[in-house]
Design a protein around this ligand. Sequence first.
Ligand SMILES: C[S@@+](CC[C@H](N)C(=O)[O-])C[C@H]1O[C@@H](n2cnc3c(N)ncnc32)[C@H](O)[C@@H]1O
Length: 229
Amino acid sequence: MTETEITGDSKAIVTNQPGVHEKLVEIVKKHVAHPSQKPIQAHTQQAFDEINAIVQAFAGDIILDSCCGVGQSTRLLAKQNPTALVIGVDKSAHRINRNVDEVEHENGKGKVENYHLVRADLNDFYRLVVAANWQVTKHYILYPNPWPKAKHIQRRWHGSAVFPQIIAVGQEIILRSNWLLYLEEFQLAADVLAFKGEISTVNVTQPLTPFEAKFHASGQQCWQLHIIK
Ligand SMILES: C[S@@+](CC[C@H](N)C(=O)[O-])C[C@H]1O[C@@H](n2cnc3c(N)ncnc32)[C@H](O)[C@@H]1O
């Protein structure tokens, strides 16, 4: 099954964690104290340089859609925010290159053109965004891979070395998941850096992404963490 097929058979998250990961705060503090020194991969540097030239030349609001998959949310956000520039980023060429054009051709109306889809690894891309001082208004992370096994905590965004940069991007951060514990952990990690966020349920009417559509069709609750700085 592909992620764009909206079927009702998505399984709920199964985890061996009874609650927030016991080492989370320690991990976040370690990543704050010791920023990642890993070299930036050439393909992400090149992709960033191209989009950075466009961003630096743009005077309006910048919206970042991280882990955008096929870019459905990027297009929808661009349509909803016609004066903003919306940048969707995903590491998967397969997803980025998939043509999802229902937004452009909806009702035969004009094309949505105020967005770009970028293929890049966010572990590097976020560091470049912070170094280039992008003034992002809204930073979306919609349905990131959950990595529900406890031993994979550092693969979740809040457990990753790039978390201090992730949290630095955007006047607002909007994170969605079908796994409440993921949001609770991200909220706690943000709190370590003195950012406060609220968790609420997502009332799905028009799904923002294929994964949201899939979870909704399976009867699963979707959750949102909203951090306003
Ligand atoms: C579960 S999918 C969600 C896609 C989309 N946001 C949606 O809701 O339909 C997670 C996405 O995160 C992307 N991803 C995971 N790690 C990434 C990384 N390090 N850099 C960029 N994209 C990444 C994957 O390629 C995948 O498309």
